[in-house]
Design a protein around this ligand. Structure first.
Ligand SMILES: *Cc1c(COP(=O)(O)O)cnc(C)c1O
Length: 380
């Protein structure tokens, strides 16, 4: 019997090796990786530069604690804030980055209420779970943290109604990931940002899935011309070495003074050295432009497919974060299994959305090959 808690509905394949856009199981089968460990291995598996950074740092020092200066944290923070007036706090996961964001927002504003959106996903710890607008994930875990409310995504009137002097922050994903690859409407997001500013509420943008180049800009919000007060990232930040980060406007510094918040492992030398390499690789105009081009090709080809396939209701997304809405949860399950039989790994989002998250380094040939497999399964 398994001695693991059954909290994951695991597939039987056991991946033991990865290389570029491919992963290999114990039986020797190879799979084209269109899920990247859930938007984590954005630079592919066994990326030589990432491996070199890891090996070099493993030889020096892995962990020193946050009691000492850490030049690697300074370096990564400088790269993540891109010369803008933000400060960084490093942690170990997405949910922790959001916990930091929620705590910072409350302390900095002296207000308690956090507004987030229906079908959002912000993590599994109590604060982040309380911000997650999915009742199914909260069932059985009550009482949650007080002061959270959920609004319809892409709608302005309900937000206007709720936004008062008690609202510390509005928290959202630019493209809802787990919720079903639902992009924010541009005018809506710009209005949300404007309303927050007018109301003295902070805008927290959860870029944990959309960030790190996934949508063709380093952060997805950059395509919306808004300036968040707080940004959270994790997943792809060190290509699979656990790490998360919260970036906040410099004006918020005082609320996170010495002793106010912390973590033992957060931003340790090993994770930071790898993150430094990953951020440098991704945050280059040519690299990001290529992601956008590959993403547009993927989206265009899938739209063509949607016109021919009765199983496909909608195709949406940006860059290499694309969702194919299928006609039922059963079709989705069957599609995922059939893709696997044809040696392609993809995952679900929402109830009936097939989620594609190939590595950002995927080649044009690999993308075309993946599309052939997806076409053959969805046109059957
Ligand atoms: C994955 C994810 C999280 C949670 O990250 P963990 O590292 O699993 O805690 C939070 N927000 C979004 C948008 C995510 O995709």
């Amino acid at each position: 019997m398994s001695h693991l808690f059954p909290n994951y509905a695991r597939d039987t394949i056991d991946l033991i090796k990865g290389s570029g856009s491919y992963v290999y199981d114990q039986e020797g089968n190879s799979y084209l990786d269109f899920m990247s460990g859930i938007a984590v291995t954005n630079l592919g598996h066994n990326n030589p530069k990432v491996m070199q950074a890891l090996a070099e740092q493993a030889d020096k020092i892995w962990h020193s604690s946050n009691l000492y200066t850490n030049h690697l944290q300074e370096q990564v923070a400088e790269k993540l804030t891109k010369g803008k007036d933000y400060l960084a706090f490093f942690c170990n996961s997405g949910t922790e980055a959001n916990e930091a964001a929620i705590k910072l927002a409350r302390k900095a504003t002296g207000r308690s209420k956090i507004l987030s959106f229906e079908q959002s996903f912000h993590g599994r710890t109590y604060g982040a779970l309380s911000a997650t607008g999915q009742p199914a994930l909260q069932t059985g875990f009550f009482p949650l943290v007080e002061g959270f409310d959920y609004l319809p995504y892409n709608e302005l009137a309900p937000l206007k109604e709720q936004l008062d002097e008690n609202v510390a922050a509005v928290m959202l994903e630019v493209i809802q990931g787990e919720g079903g690859i639902i992009p924010a409407n541009k005018e809506w997001l710009q209005s949300v940002a404007k309303l927050c500013k007018e109301n003295g509420s902070l805008l927290i943008i959860d870029e944990i899935q959309t960030g790190m180049g996934r949508t063709g800009t380093f952060y997805a919000f950059e395509a919306y011309q808004i300036e968040p007060d707080i940004i959270t990232i994790a997943k792809a930040l060190a290509n699979g070495i656990p790490v998360g980060a919260m970036l906040g406007k410099i004006e918020l510094a005082e609320a996170f003074g010495p002793g106010s918040h912390g973590t033992t492992f957060g931003g340790n030398n090993l994770a930071m050295r790898v993150a430094d390499t990953v951020v440098s690789e991704i945050n280059q105009p040519e690299f990001l432009a290529e992601v956008a081009v590959k993403g547009q090709y993927l989206l265009d080809e899938l739209i063509k497919l949607s016109e021919k396939s009765e199983k496909v209701l909608d195709v949406r997304g940006k860059g290499l974060m694309v969702g194919i809405e299928l006609n039922s949860p059963e079709t989705l399950q069957q599609t995922i299994q059939e893709l696997k039989v044809q040696n392609l790994l993809a995952i679900k989002a929402g109830k009936n959305v097939l989620r594609l998250l190939p590595p950002l380094t995927i080649s044009q040939e690999e993308l075309t090959k993946g599309l052939e497999i997806i076409n053959s399964v969805l046109l059957k």
